[in-house]
Design a protein around this ligand. Structure first.
Ligand SMILES: Nc1nc2c(ncn2[C@@H]2O[C@H](COP(=O)(O)OP(=O)(O)O)[C@@H](O)[C@H]2O)c(=O)[nH]1
Ligand SMILES: Nc1ncnc2c1ncn2[C@@H]1O[C@H](COP(=O)(O)OP(=O)(O)O)[C@@H](O)[C@H]1O
Length: 268
């Protein structure tokens, strides 16, 4: 999960002086930072000519700029993630169209390596082992976890386990390819923890009603299961701010293009 950078707090305070960030006193902001104690705090305030009674939202422009410059020097941001990382994660609520968008990308962008997950669920008609998923039993999934073969794994919809095999991804990245993972929210968080430079994309439905329609229209779950997934979807939609990018899946080809444009290859 993305850790909030001090720069984010300053930006929030500048955007809205009455926000929580804006009402934070500058000395409290400073001592919340790693390795800044009372002594250093007072020296920094003196250097930047900021009174200790000031709140972040009450700083003048020059003071804001001075504080931001100090933060940038002391806590440099990692290189910008936007459009750069070659590890792209596509997540989003049930039935938003993750699988459909990923399939469109697989067909039209052979240069992008689409990760094939391992799963303990049974194949559906038409699904091929090694193409759509690696279908494994519980013992094999346990073995893959024990041997460290999975980059991330999770139990999805309280039922079956799904995981991303690490080796093929490392091989594709080593070849300079862009890798796309179509996984659930828990998995996306684990990937972020394992590789903070990963690019996280959240696929959104055009509306809640449309999401319900797609779930019903797909016809793969009964009413009880649909209700359960929709409850999970509400929670998942609330997590969208953890993601680097949001793409609305109104039209499959457009959404697929927007996802591809976030990859390193198209940014070059
Ligand atoms: N964490 C994680 N989730 C996965 C992985 N592969 C697929 N998923 C998620 O598992 C869920 C169920 O996928 P699937 O069985 O194909 O059923 P669907 O919901 O009908 O598409 C989807 O939300 C996928 O995003 C994986 O390797 N890791
Ligand atoms: N842009 C779209 N417009 C209309 N229907 C869509 C769109 N994207 C996906 N669908 C349909 O919505 C349903 C759910 O899509 P799916 O890819 O299975 O979702 P997910 O993988 O996110 O669970 C499918 O019936 C699919 O055909």
């Amino acid at each position: 999960m993305r850790v909030i950078a001090p720069q984010d707090v300053l930006a929030a305070a500048a955007a809205d002086p009455h926000s929580t960030a804006g009402s934070l006193r500058v000395p409290d902001f400073l001592t919340a930072l790693p390795a800044i104690g009372a002594g250093k705090r007072d020296r920094i305030l003196a250097d930047l000519q900021i009174s200790p009674v000031k709140r972040l939202g009450g700083l003048g422009t020059r003071q804001q700029q001075a504080l931001r410059a100090w933060v940038d020097t002391r806590f440099p941001l990692p290189s910008p993630r936007e459009g750069r990382s070659r590890l792209l994660v596509l997540a989003g609520p049930t039935a938003v169209g993750k699988g459909t968008v990923a399939a469109h990308i697989r067909e039209n962008h052979p240069e992008i390596h689409l990760s094939v997950s391992a799963t303990t669920r049974a194949p559906r008609p038409g699904e091929q082992d090694g193409v759509h998923y690696f279908f494994v039993d519980d013992a094999e999934f346990d073995r893959m976890i024990a041997e460290g073969e999975l980059l991330e794994y999770a139990t999805v919809h309280n039922k079956f386990r799904y995981g991303t095999p690490r080796k093929p991804i490392e091989a594709a990245l080593a070849e300079g390819k862009t890798v796309l993972l179509e996984i659930d929210l828990q998995g996306a968080r684990q990937v972020r923890a394992a590789d903070p430079s990963a690019n996280l994309v959240f696929l959104l439905p055009p509306s809640w009603d449309e999401l319900v329609q797609r779930l019903v229209g797909r016809g793969t779950e009964d009413a009880e299961e649909r209700a359960r997934r929709l409850r999970t979807a509400k929670v998942e939609l609330a997590s969208q701010s953890e993601f680097d990018h949001r793409v609305v899946n109104e039209d499959v080809a457009t959404a697929a293009r927007e996802v591809v444009e976030l990859t390193a290859d198209s940014a070059r």
